[in-house]
Design a protein around this ligand. Structure first.
Ligand code: ZN
Length: 211
């Protein structure tokens, strides 16, 4: 449910967060989410950013209407040096203001809506081992990517190849950034290259048009 902006300057903080051996990964992710939430506040947006926010809010409104689900509000948070692009929590998508300039914006919102439509929550059962939790979380991220394709088709009327391309292009940009900057993985996620491979395997007919 935590999705990254890939910025080289965020690396030091994530390294610090991911380097502590005395707290569990789940605790770190929870802490990251809380931090992201607590940083929500007044962000002054340029007219261009206001317009992009308006566009993606209307996209979210179309999606929730199509799925017969309650309204989701997209809020922009002040950019932090954390590698968090967006977080879905209880009827809200909290968006890092840097994402308003990112070519991955549409995919990111579709992906967060995917978590919402699929009913993913941050709930972590006590009995689950960290390895099992990590695997389950990685699977949720893959499922949210695939659901994003469906949402783009149903809410925006894209064809399947067009929708797969939106998600695949974003994952490819992320994979390139991860490779180029040697970035740490976003908590709960497989490498973007593995997420891309999973997506293309799920939509083999559309994937052909991308090669
Ligand atoms: Zn996610």
């Amino acid at each position: 449910m935590i999705d990254a902006v890939y910025r080289p300057e965020s690396r030091r903080v994530l390294d610090a967060l991911s380097g502590g051996s005395d707290i569990g990964e789940t605790v770190r992710i929870f802490a990251l989410s809380l931090l992201a939430l607590s940083l929500a506040g007044c962000v002054s947006l340029t007219p261009q950013h206001e317009q992009r926010l308006d566009e993606i809010q209307r996209f979210a409104d179309r999606a929730t209407a199509v799925y017969g689900k309650p309204f989701v509000k997209i809020s922009v948070q002040r950019a932090t040096n954390l590698n968090i692009g967006a977080v879905y929590r209880q009827g809200n998508i909290f968006l890092n203001e840097r994402m308003l300039d990112s070519p991955n914006l549409k995919k990111t919102i579709a992906h967060e809506l995917g978590h919402y439509v699929l009913g993913h929550s941050g709930f972590i059962p006590n009995a689950v081992s960290q390895a099992d939790w990590q695997r389950a979380q990685e699977q949720k991220e893959l499922d949210a990517n695939a659901k994003a394709v469906e949402i783009l088709m149903r809410a925006d009327g894209l064809t399947e190849p067009e929708a797969v391309k939106v998600v695949a292009d974003a994952l490819r940009r992320s994979a390139d950034a991860q490779a180029k900057n040697n970035l740490p993985l976003t908590p709960g996620h497989l490498p973007a290259s593995a997420e891309l491979a999973d997506l293309l395997a799920r939509f083999p007919d559309s994937a052909v048009t991308l090669r």
